[in-house]
Design a protein around this ligand. Sequence first.
Ligand code: AMP
Length: 620
Amino acid sequence: MSDIIIGIDLGTTNSEVAVCIDGKIEIIPMADGSLMLPSVVGISPEGNLIVGHEARNQLALYPDNTVRSIKRKMGSGDSVNLGGHDYLPQEISAMILTTLKNAAEKYLGKPVTKAVITVPAQFNDAQRNATREAGRIAGLDVLRILNEPTAACLAYENNTPDKKKILLAFDLGGGTFDVSLVSIEGDVTEVIASSGDNHLGGDDFDQAIAERLQAELLEKDHGALDRIAEYRLIKAAEQAKMQLSEFAYAQIIENNLVGKNGDSMSLERELSRHEFDELLDPFVAKTVLAVRRCLSDAGVKADAVDDIILVGGSTRSSVFQDMIEREFGRRPHADIQPDLAVAYGAGMMAARLMGEQQHRILVDITPYTFGISCVGELNGQLCHYRFASIIKAGAALPVAREEVFFTIQDNQKSIDVNVFQGENPDARKNTLIGTFSIEDLSEQPAGNKIVMSMKLDLDGLLRCSASEKITGKRKDIVITNALAKLTDDELAKSRERVAKLFADQPPWNPLNSDLDDAEDAEDEDAIAGILADAMDANQDKADTKSAHGRKTADDASDMINTITQLAFRLQKVSQKMPREDLAEANELVQQMKAALNTGDTKAFHAACQELDDLLFYAES
Ligand code: AMP
C-alpha cells in the first residue's frame, strides 16, 4: 500500500487534519479530543512550547509569549518574537503542522511524512513557498499546495460527472473573508475569480459586540477597562455570538471586570439575535459587494452558479446565509460543517494522490423545512396561514434553531402553535405534523415575545417548544418521525386537519368582496399597496416575520408593532372608509414607512397618531 498522505487546512484561526480511511475521509481528533486546533503557539509559564487551546487560553495573560494569526505573516520574512527568541513565520507554522502531524501519527499508529496543505487562493508564490517550507521544517513532504476554495468545493463535489459545474465558495473565518468561483469538470478544478477582504471575519464581530458592552459599562462606571477585562469581554462576546447562531437571545454575565483604576465592575446583559444582526450590517454589506465583484469579474450571472458553499466558522451566523439567499434566490449548502469543509477537501485530494477510491462525504441533512403558521402577509393580504420556517431544508443534523414571534392582541392569553413540514409560504399547502397551545400568557400589550424553538435530531425526533419570554412559561411537544415521508393516507389526513384549522379564517382583507366599479378597483390597489408597504417596512427594517404577531427588532419593534397593528385595523375598516380618508391613510402609512427607514421616531409617531385618529373615527 502507498504511503499515507494527510490533508491539512492550515488556517489563520484554526487548523485541522484529515485522512482517508477505508474510502472515508475522517477529521483526526487532537489530543484533547477536539477536531480543530487553534492556530496559536505559545511558551507556557513553565517554559514549555504549547500549541492550540492551551496557547489560546494564555493569550490575554501572556501576549508576549503567545503568537496568533501567523498565517498573515507567511511569506513576509518578518520574524516574530516568542519567549525572547525570534522565529520566522514558517517556523511558527511548522509548530502547528508538527502538532497536527503528531495527532495523525497517534491516530493512525504509523509515521506520516506526506501532506497536502491548503492556502488561500490569493496567496502569492512567496506565501506558497513559505507554506511548503513550514511543511518541510515539520518533517512533511508537501505534495500539493491546494487552494482553499478548491478544497471546499472538492469536499462537496468530488467525483462529479463530466458536466461542468460552477460553485461559489463563501469563506468567512475568524480574520479573513474570501469569496471564490470555482469551476469543476471531472478531475479538473479551477478558481475562476476571487475577491474578499483580508481583514474581515468573526474577530470583527466579537470586537463590535465587546465595544458596545464596554461603552455601556464605562458609561455607568466611568473609567477604562484593564487589558484582561477587555480580553474577557471579547471572549464573552464570542460566546454570545456563537449562541446566537442557534438561540434568539444570549445572556452575557461577567463579574469582577477590573478597570484601569482598579475598580471592579460587573456586566449582566442580554443580547438578542436581532441586535447582533444589526451590528453586523456593515460587515454583511462588505460581503455582498465582494460577492457581486467576484461574479462580475468572472462574467458569471448569479443564476449560473450551480451551488453556493459555506466555508469558515463565521458563516454559522445566519445573517450571511440569509444574505446569500437574497442574492442568489436559494439557500447555500451547509451540510458539511463549514469550519471543516476545507480540511475534508484537503483529505479528498490526499486520498486521490494515494490512489484511494473515496466515497462522497455523507452528512445527514434534513430534506424538509420545518416551521409554524403565523399571521403574516401572503400576496399582499394579511392571513393566519403564513408559513414561517424555523429549521430550513439542507441543514446538517442535529440542528437547533430559535425564532421570536409576537402576540398581536393586547392581553392575548393563548397561542395555538401549528407545526408544518414543507416549503410553501402558504402553510395550508404544507404538511401539518403537530399542534399544541401555550395558555395563560401574562397580561401584556400586543407584541409580547414568544420564543419558538425547534430541535431536530438524526432519528427524526423534532422537539418544539414555545415560551413566553417575559415569564419563561413554556410548552413543549415532541414529534417523532419528523423526517419520515408521509404516506398518501397521512397526507390526506393532514390536509383535512389543515382545512379545518383555517376554515373560518379567510384572509383579513376585505378586498375579495365584489367590487363593481373601476374606482373601487383602484381602492383595492390602494389598500393592497398599504399593506404590502407596511409589511415590506417590517421586512426591510428587521427581517420581520409576522407571526402570532411578528418577529421584530428589539429597538425597532415598537415602531414595527405599531405600523402592523395599524395595518390590521385599516384592513378591517377600509371598506367603510370614505375614499379621501383611505387616500390619507395611504399617505400616512408611506410617511411612517419613510420615518421607520430613517429612524425618525418623531415623524413616525406624528403620522401614527394621525392614522390612529383616522381609524378611530372609521371604527366608531
Ligand atoms: P475558522 O477560521 O473557519 O476556524 O472560523 C473561526 C471563526 O468562526 C471565529 O471567529 C469563531 O468565533 C467563529 N465561529 C465558530 N463557531 C461559530 C458559531 N457557532 N457561530 C458564529 N460564529 C462561529
